[in-house]
Design a protein around this ligand. Structure first.
Ligand code: PGA
Length: 249
């Protein structure tokens, strides 16, 4: 049995004060939720505030990106070690917004995944096709390329420590969720790649989250698919009540 993960990706939203307000409300709503791992990924500037506000709860904190070096002359970047010190246990890597707007490639994803694992962070690695790629029948080719380039070179031991997030780009922030069947089909394909590259045991154990317009009213249908092990939630994770409803699907 794979333990579900419900992760909130706040993107560039929330100040420290807004973060504290969120946790005040959210913590109570999920205090009894022991059926899944709960992760909140605030912007860098609110990580310490989120960590402090979540102390004593079972809510984990994650970052939205990282650099692969421990330190150095990399203006604007944050290292894995800085994230663990600030209180992160997870980190999102290769989000489609980073791929589209900030030059993230499969090669940088690969370096970041390895660096995150070395620092004992659990990587949530995003893959997913653009609308044109789906419409052009290239979904599987794109997923295979992202899988191979991003984690194909990991050792089996390293692979067993990552979480994959399937996020079709056409479903992110658009209100257009993939149907549970479409999502499950992609998850099955990714699991097949894991079986081929690593082993059937690795494929059966890896947790694959769905992301893209997950809301309180569609989470149940998605989670009813055995292939779907949780959600990576953007917009609907910004509101305590709404993210709590998703966690408590
Ligand atoms: P969304 O974002 O839930 O707002 O579609 C998901 C994501 O980008 O991780």
């Amino acid at each position: 049995m794979r333990r579900p993960v419900m992760a909130g990706n706040w993107k560039m939203f929330k100040t420290q004060e807004e973060t504290r307000d969120f946790f005040d409300a959210f913590e109570k709503l999920v205090a009894a939720s022991t059926h899944c791992d709960i992760v909140i990924c605030p912007p860098y500037t609110a990580i310490a505030a989120a960590k402090a506000a979540s102390r004593g709860s079972q809510i984990h904190i994650g970052a939205q990106d990282l650099h692969w070096e421990k330190q150095g002359a990399f203006t604007g970047e944050v290292s894995p070690q800085m994230l663990t010190e600030a209180g992160c246990a997870y980190v999102i890597i290769g989000h489609s917004e980073r791929r589209q707007f900030f030059g993230e490639t499969d090669e940088t994803v690969h370096r970041k995944v390895k660096a995150a694992l070395e620092a004992n962070l659990a990587p949530i690695v995003c893959v997913g096709e653009l609308l044109a790629e789906r419409e052009g029948g290239r979904t599987e080719a794109v997923l295979e390329q992202q899988f191979t380039g991003g984690f194909g070179a990991l050792t089996p031991g390293q692979f067993s420590r990552i979480i994959i997030a399937y996020e079709p780009v056409w479903a992110i922030g658009t209100g257009r969720t993939a149907t549970p069947e479409i999502a499950a089909e992609a998850h099955r394909f990714l699991r097949g790649l894991a079986a081929k590259r690593f082993s059937p045991e690795h494929a059966a154990a890896v947790r694959i989250l769905y992301g893209g317009s997950v809301k309180p009213d569609n989470v149940k249908g998605l989670m009813a698919q055995v292939e779907i092990d949780g959600a990576l939630v953007g917009g609907a994770s910004l509101d305590a009540q709404s993210f709590a409803s998703i966690v408590n699907f």
